[in-house]
Design a binder for this molecule. Sequence first.
Ligand code: COA
Length: 297
Amino acid sequence: MESPFKGNILKGKVALITGGASGIGFEISTQFGKHGASVALMGRRKQVLDSAVSVLQSLSIPAIGFVGDVRKQEDAARVVESTFKHFGKIDILVNAAAGNFLVSAEDLSPNGFRTVLDIDSVGTFTMCSEALKYLKKGGLGRGSSGAGAIINISATLHYTASWYQIHVSAAKAAVDATTRNLALEWGTDYDIRVNGIAPGPISGTPGMSKLAPDEINNKSKDYMPLYKEGEKWDIAMAALFLVSDAGKYINGDTLIVDGGLWLSRPRHLPKEAVKQASRAIEKRSRNQPIGVPKSKL
Ligand code: COA
């Protein structure tokens, strides 16, 4: 789909995107590039990074890939510094790297729980922490005029509770708290805006193929009336909006982009039954004399 934004809204900006070579992260990298940004991608798999970078370069987007694991502070520091050395500044950080798998709480080991928190929650904070000095207003970079922006990719799982995703729910709750606290501290001290995006089920992503195989997906539609899949594009447009000047007054928010899915409830009564019941009540009350209490009739 064509973007509703002007092609130059991120002109001259440099963005570092963790998990930027696949799924939602790659679409964000692509759309940021198409709107004028230079992009650095961080990921664990060299081959995946190499092919993502060559796709971006074929679109004339200045792009570079760095192998690294957000769980390792030395990797985070190296990638942030390499991005700065390569492009001369960093304006935007997107934390899209995440780990996930379905498992019942009973079968999940504490190490499995910790692994996802390490990637999603600690990894997000580590990247923010390492990128801070470059994102500050005036920054360290050439031509760095304004303060930077951070986007943390979250989820809606923890708004209520989710089957077989206790580890991810806990991890994303921590991500949202991190978003709000950094928005307060770094928004006040450095004018850095920190926001999140909570995607619903997005088609064609590793998350969907892993977490919602077709048979689960089809069943979901029965008990979640608002269930429909989004596109990676929907998330990338939300990210563009939040980091561009259009979002300049938005700080500490996590934008839900799920078509309203998390509000879904099965319809417990058909609409016609509700109409009939209210007609019956109306009829009864019309037959009662005004001002006479029911008990005296
Ligand atoms: N079910 C239950 N436990 C699991 C599991 C699964 N499917 N996958 C990993 N674990 C547990 C392991 O058993 C281990 O715990 P243990 O030491 O007590 O046995 C712990 O998690 C670490 O596993 P390990 O395989 O060493 O971790 P890893 O660092 O290689 O990778 C993930 C773990 C989660 C990152 C891996 O699933 C992955 O690479 N995912 C790709 C990214 C992804 O999921 N993207 C989609 C985002 S929505």
